[in-house]
Design a protein. Structure first.
Length: 98
């Protein structure tokens, strides 16, 4: 039996004037969410190995659409997302079955 998961990918272009200490706090908070139905959660800053890349990425796998929606609607996630949005110049998001 093949089990499909929901993969959530977000790319962020951070404002050049963002506070690195606050970004580290937000990243730590997002890594610590550990919500039901989360299979994997990876977040990290770009290493700067190539030109033209985004500043930060999140790749998260969820057991199903309900688990993704619970993550999306979680109050602590929303609080952290709001803090990150204040540091973000641009973001791109996609969710797909894998």
């Amino acid at each position: 039996m093949i089990v499909a998961v929901i993969r959530h990918v977000v790319l962020f272009e951070l404002d050049p004037n963002h506070d690195p200490a606050e970004l580290r706090e937000v990243i730590a908070g997002l890594r610590g969410l550990n919500l039901p139905g989360t299979i994997s959660y990876t977040i990290g800053e770009d290493l700067g190995l190539l030109r033209g890349t985004w500043s930060l990425a999140i790749v998260a796998d969820f057991a199903d659409a309900e688990a993704y929606r619970n993550y999306d609607e979680d109050p602590e996630h929303d609080r952290l997302r709001t803090r990150l949005a204040a540091m973000t110049a641009q973001a791109a998001r996609v969710q797909f079955v894998c």
